[in-house]
Design a protein around this ligand. Structure first.
Ligand SMILES: [Ca+2]
Ligand SMILES: [Ca+2]
Length: 365
């Protein structure tokens, strides 16, 4: 009984061998970086095992077809029918190395780094294929193979042929001006005063953004209101966001935003009279090598519910008589100086105009 079982296994095992194409270690036996023209020989090898005899299986050949790059008709290099010379007793009890060659059909090829060759083997209605790829090292480990890396010893970006970007973007806000009601400048980062932003006025923030480095992309300028000078995008109050797709190397752009303080609030943040607060501007941009950088600026300001507190900056007053003749003119800062200006006028009736848009009449006895 044991002997019968053993024999059955043996038969099955033998049949299995006959039904597979047992090849391994397919390899192109040509040096790297060789060029081949039509008619030249190209060598390859593999190891084979199994029973491929005609009188056992009824098939009289093993087809070996060599392709480059991929298995399509136009990529076929050549094929052989093994063994046409009459060796129809193809029995390999162990893996046996076979060295073969074919002539290049009608297309030239090469064994450059990364080049693929595919051997398709067919026998007894079965088809299987084996791939050999010439090594293509990546010495600097940047994901760009040496064969296409313009800087093979220096890590870089694939979008720059494996070379590092020599000039990263360097973007910053070089100036910020704040205009009140479209005309009066109440803040300029060149002079760094503390502006007062008061209820009932409109403030225009004008950012000059300069790039002293290489090309930057995807600029994103976000404005936050904060009760303290420490930027925290989760706790601070978002005001507005500007986006700009790119800024050229050495270029500059201007971005504007408007802030209209309400009575006791700015944006969605509650704020009380005379409270010191901050505007924090966060500028995020891409360097051009897909790395992201950030620039921050912050300015302190005072919020006021008193619309007249906007007079903290200087403005021009003019006095006219009731016929419209200009009597006097003076640059003043605040209500105290304005009162002094009015008191200095001689007896009479006047129309007072400020360049903030205020107009009123006074009578001096
Ligand atoms: Ca590389
Ligand atoms: Ca590189």
């Amino acid at each position: 009984m044991k002997i019968i079982t053993f024999l059955t296994l043996l038969v099955v095992t033998t049949l299995c061998h006959s039904q597979s194409i047992d090849i391994r270690n397919f390899k192109m036996d040509e040096n790297i970086n060789r060029n081949f023209n039509q008619g030249s020989r190209i060598h390859y090898s593999f190891e084979i095992r199994g029973d491929y005899t005609y009188h056992t299986h009824g098939y009289n050949r093993v087809d070996l077809i060599l392709y480059e790059d991929s298995v399509t008709t136009s990529n076929e290099i050549n094929r052989i029918y093994w063994n046409r010379e009459g060796d129809h007793q193809l029995i390999f009890n162990t893996y046996t190395k076979k060295e073969m060659w074919v002539t290049i059909n009608d297309n030239s090829t090469s064994t450059r780094p990364g080049k693929r060759f595919i051997l398709v083997a067919k026998y007894a209605g079965l088809t299987t294929q084996f791939t050999y790829t010439y090594s293509n090292p990546d010495r600097d480990n940047d994901g760009v193979p040496d064969s296409v890396d313009s800087c093979p010893n220096e890590a870089g970006s694939s979008s720059n042929n494996g070379c590092p970007f020599v000039s990263l973007a360097n973007v910053e806000i070089t100036q910020l001006r704040i205009l009140r009601n479209g005309s009066t400048e109440i803040f300029n980062s060149n002079t760094n005063s503390t502006p007062i932003l008061s209820y009932g006025n409109s403030y225009e923030f004008i950012y000059t953004v300069e790039n002293s480095g290489g090309r930057a992309t995807n600029l994103n300028l976000s404005k936050f209101f904060s009760y303290n000078s420490t930027f925290d995008p989760y706790d601070d109050f978002f005001i507005e966001q500007d986006e700009s797709s790119a800024i050229a190397a050495g270029g500059k752009i201007t971005l504007r935003t408007f802030v209209n303080p309400g009575y006791g609030y700015i944006g969605n943040a509650s704020v009380s009279n005379n409270q010191g607060c901050y505007f924090i501007t966060s500028l995020v941009y891409e360097n051009g090598d897909n790395s992201t950088s950030e620039f921050e600026s912050r300015i302190g300001f005072i919020y006021s519910t008193n619309t007249s507190s906007r007079l903290a900056s200087s403005y021009r007053l003019q006095s006219f008589d009731f016929s419209g003749n200009l009597i006097s003119s003076k640059e003043v800062k605040g209500k105290v100086e304005e009162k002094q200006f009015v008191q200095s006028l001689p007896q009479g009736s006047y129309i007072i105009k400020s360049d903030l848009g205020e107009t009123y009449k006074i009578f001096k006895n």
